[in-house]
Design a protein around this ligand. Structure first.
Ligand SMILES: [Zn+2]
Length: 152
């Protein structure tokens, strides 16, 4: 499950996320935050590109993911936990079924930049970092996936 601005607004309102001094967000009690969002289907976005609506879900084992942060000049490694099912829009689900991983990665980078990094001015360096981050997340999905897709 991904976080976009609308999801963050809900978490901020419910006291599960807050702004840090440097303007970034911090999500507290990640598991509770995800459970809160699961109860609000109108907020669900594709875990691969950030678009709505989501039409498919994929079961996957919970796992830790390393993610390179793309919003700074230096390299930071965050550890995130992937919990439960992954949501996918129609287009990303089709790319997954075709195992079109490069196309899925390109769509993910474009979608993430458009949907979740609106305030960040992209340059080549940030795009490389973002590509590495999304690639790492998608690689985690490929390894953790446990079955066929299901209609939501
Ligand atoms: Zn998608």
């Amino acid at each position: 499950m991904s976080l976009g601005q609308r999801q963050l607004d809900v978490l901020l309102a419910e006291g599960l996320a807050y702004h840090k001094d440097d303007g970034e967000y911090y999500v507290e009690r990640e598991e509770q935050a995800i459970l809160t969002l699961i109860e609000k289907p109108d907020l669900w976005v594709c875990d691969f590109c950030g678009e709505q609506p989501v039409e498919w879900s994929y079961r996957a084992k919970d796992h830790a993911m390393g993610a390179v942060r793309a919003d700074r000049g230096d390299t930071n490694l965050d550890i995130h936990i992937s919990l439960g099912e992954w949501m996918a829009c129609h287009i990303c689900a089709n790319l997954i079924e075709q195992q079109a991983w490069v196309a899925l990665l390109q769509r993910g980078v474009q979608g993430f930049a458009r949907n979740q990094l609106q305030d960040v001015e992209m340059n080549d360096e940030k795009e490389i970092m973002l590509t590495a981050m999304i690639g790492s997340v998608q690689e985690g999905f490929i390894k953790a996936r446990t079955g066929e897709r299901e209609r939501i």
